[in-house]
Design a protein around this ligand. Structure first.
Ligand SMILES: [Zn+2]
Length: 439
């Protein structure tokens, strides 16, 4: 067997010599991670690398591909695309190796798109957030850009969660799902509605199909925003270039009382004041999660009426915290929204980006990128509601270091045993490259 080059999590390249028994470790950005337990072996003409942190297998066999494709085809048989301005959008499709393997496609109407999806059963269906005069023209500058939606892509992978150190970025656990949903609700309720003035019916949300959510803000007045203006919005919600002195005018000035924002104020100042009042009302634990030591937290809670009165009148001196500027900047960071911070990952800034079309299937999970109403988001469980294939079962050889919780049932962990699973659970493990079809 020759050398394999494996792409993992888009940033990570692993070079593996499959015939050797030693492993070179792998690099992500500038940090080297070491896989400390692994086996390398051939199973059904494929190479697996099993380790306690990651299971890496990037080569789906032909039988699995055919099985997945026929399931996807079945899904698209009765699919009704619900895409605004369909004839003005560029489409791109992915396969088992790449999320976008080709682009510059366009469709005259929903019927043409549905027919294409049924005929081809693509692994990923992506569409442009931009509208064009001629979406199929190439290169990009020949398309005739007409404007773009404002889209936010929230991904559990950008949240740097503790659980990800255990299970890696390819896997998604219930904590990942819960945390990214909380981040999405924070974006909508704390930023898009109060600060940007969106109404609920101008915002639409869909599960990404794998480990996050997409929020689309569809307001004609925003269509012409330039990339620079879009970047200013992402920086604002990320708390970048927000200067604390604008709402704490006397911060750092010795001998002067600390005048600060009030809860009714606009923007970051008001948000900070409201959050502080809410946190004071929540007891010592939320205060400690902001970095306040236990003794001070207890003191604040015991005298919270006085402190809350201070904040509502703009007097922040009552809160006895040393290094106030650093402290409040730290709190702001905790309140900010985490999106992909690298330029090529940040969907909001990139008007040429293709994003998963809502309600299509995700080729890394077999789940639907399901549209969710804002009112249902709090109770939305993607690993129940986004299941596409509820009928039948498949027999697989599964190897997982984590249990899969799907449709309110727990499956695994598995250590190479043959298991008969509901199609949705088997499909999920197959597409996560943690199972193979049983012979
Ligand atoms: Zn997790």
């Amino acid at each position: 067997m020759g050398d394999l080059e494996l792409a993992f999590d888009s940033l990570l390249i692993v070079s593996l010599f499959a015939t050797t028994t030693s492993f070179c470790g792998f690099k992500r950005s500038n940090t080297t991670y070491t896989i400390d337990e692994y086996t390398v072996g051939g199973v059904a003409d494929k190479v697996f690398i099993y380790c306690n942190t990651y299971t890496l297998d990037f080569v789906l066999d032909e039988i699995t591909k055919k099985t997945v494709s026929s399931l996807f085809k079945e899904y698209y048989k009765s699919f009704a695309p619900n895409v605004g301005s369909i004839e003005r959008r560029e489409f791109g499709f992915g396969d088992f190796e790449k999320k976008v393997s080709f682009r510059h496609c366009s469709f005259a109407d929903s019927a043409a798109l549905r027919r294409y999806l049924y005929d081809n059963a693509p692994t990923f269906v992506n569409y442009s957030i931009s509208l064009y005069k001629d979406p199929a023209a190439r290169p990009m500058e020949n398309k005739g850009w007409l404007g773009a939606e404002l889209v936010f892509d929230l991904d559990a992978g950008d949240l740097h969660l503790e659980c990800q150190k255990r299970h890696g970025h390819a896997w998604v656990c219930t904590n990942c799902m819960d945390m990214v949903k909380a981040e999405t609700m924070k974006l909508i309720e704390d930023f898009l509605i109060p600060d940007f003035g969106f109404s609920g019916n101008e915002l639409s949300v869909n599960f990404s199909g794998n480990r996050g959510y997409h929020v689309h803000a569809d307001k004609k007045a925003l269509y012409q925003l330039t990339q620079k203006e879009r970047r200013a919005i992402t920086e604002y919600i990320a708390g970048i270039n927000v200067h604390i002195e604008t709402f704490f005018p006397t911060i750092g000035q010795k001998g002067k009382p600390l005048i600060g924002p009030k809860p009714a104020d606009y923007g970051w100042g008001g948000r900070l004041a409201r959050a502080m009042v809410k946190t004071l009302n929540g007891g010592t634990e939320p205060l400690q999660s902001l970095g306040i030591d236990q003794r001070t937290a207890k003191k604040l809670v015991a005298n919270k009426a006085d402190f809350i009165f201070g904040i509502t009148t703009g007097n922040w001196d009552k809160i006895p915290i040393p290094k106030k500027a650093e402290f409040w900047e730290g709190v702001m960071k905790r309140m900010a929204i985490s999106q992909g911070d690298s330029i090529d990952k940040n969907v909001t800034n990139d008007i040429y980006h293709l994003i998963r079309m809502p309600d299509t299937l995700h080729g890394d999970s077999g789940l639907v990128g399901k549209s969710v109403s804002i009112s249902e988001l709090a109770s939305f469980d993607p690993l129940v509601k986004a299941i596409a294939f509820r009928k039948g079962s498949l027999s697989v050889v599964a190897r997982t270091t984590e249990a899969l919780v799907i449709n309110n049932e727990t499956y695994g962990p598995y250590n190479g045993e043959v298991v008969e699973l509901p199609v949705y659970a088997a499909l999920y493990l197959l597409l996560k490259r943690t199972a193979t079809l049983s012979k």
